[in-house]
Design a protein around this ligand. Structure first.
Ligand SMILES: [Zn+2]
Length: 83
């Protein structure tokens, strides 16, 4: 899934480790990260000012856990939906 595929008009990003919570209009989000940017990469871009480092191949110690809470909620109810 890429930035322009995000299924909501508002993009929420939260990080339980750093205590951040951000809410962007989808338009603003796409401007920030680029429409063709994969969502995990977009998360790295948005969370680069988090107080903890993002985990990566080069930095396995990164503790930041920024995530898209809306997508987590979607995944948790997917099994009960027929489409
Ligand atoms: Zn963080």
């Amino acid at each position: 899934m890429r930035a322009f595929d995000f299924p909501f008009e508002t993009v929420e990003i939260s990080c339980p480790v750093c205590g951040r919570f951000g809410r962007y209009s989808k338009q603003r989000f796409v401007e920030l990260v680029g429409a063709n940017t994969a969502l995990p990469t977009a998360l790295d871009i948005i969370a680069k000012d988090c107080s903890e480092d993002r985990p990566s191949i080069a930095n396995m110690q990164g503790r930041c856990r920024a995530q898209y809470p809306q997508l987590l909620r979607m995944n948790s109810i997917k099994n009960t939906h027929q489409s």
